[in-house]
Design a protein around this ligand. Structure first.
Ligand code: GRF
Length: 193
């Protein structure tokens, strides 16, 4: 069983979906053991409530030392796979190269559209609507040094409605994120495990 760390900065609904998928249930080949947050957030509390090791590495305290400190933490917990789930800090090449092929991210659009630095939260969905896209969705990809640029492992597509607000689109996509992410994490774990 590979050891999974989940990195968070926000609400933690994707973290929850991974935990709810359940080891040996829909979550295969991998065991969540560590939650890391770069700021105080509800996701950190979800990790604690689930009985996992949950560590705050405050980005304001660690600054440029955040990635080296994270690296030490991942080593200490013997982490095999890292899932970014709403994590907002950019990881140094030190980590992305060392763990290449073993760090995943989920993004709420059909990458390569509407990704990159600063594209997170409602901004993504506002951009989709402003572009007049008829389709959006979510993407799980490997993390490389370029933001939202790594190899795409899986996507879910859904139609954009004419009268959608950014909030409505975000909510419909989030439901699908919760199904897609545990599935792709499992596929990766089984393939490298
Ligand atoms: C999700 O939309 C995810 O795609 C993006 O950040 C959001 C995190 O939501 N990377 P949550 O914290 O998992 O609820």
């Amino acid at each position: 069983m590979l050891r999974l760390a989940i990195l968070v900065s926000g609400g933690g609904s994707n973290l929850q979906s991974i935990l709810d998928a359940g080891i040996g249930g829909n979550l295969k080949g991998v065991e969540p053991v560590l939650v890391v947050a770069d700021r105080q957030c509800p996701a950190l509390d979800r990790g604690l409530s689930a009985g996992l090791d949950a560590v705050l590495l405050d980005r304001k305290v660690f600054g440029k030392e955040l990635s080296p400190e994270l690296d030490r933490l991942l080593e200490k917990h013997r982490i095999d796979i890292v899932a970014l789930a709403g994590w907002l800090s950019i990881l140094d090449a030190q980590i992305t190269q060392k763990r290449a092929g073993r760090i995943l991210n989920i993004h709420p659009s059909l990458l390569p559209s509407h990704g990159g630095p600063g594209m997170y939260g409602l901004r993504v969905h506002e951009a989709v609507l402003a572009a007049g896209d008829t389709e959006s969705g979510c993407t799980v990809h490997l993390v490389s040094q370029g933001v939202d640029e790594g190899f795409i492992l899986g996507q879910f597509r859904l139609p954009v409605h004419k009268d959608d607000t950014p909030q409505e689109l975000a909510a419909r996509i989030l439901v699908q994120e919760h199904k897609l992410y545990p599935q792709i994490i499992s596929e990766l774990a089984v393939s490298i495990g």
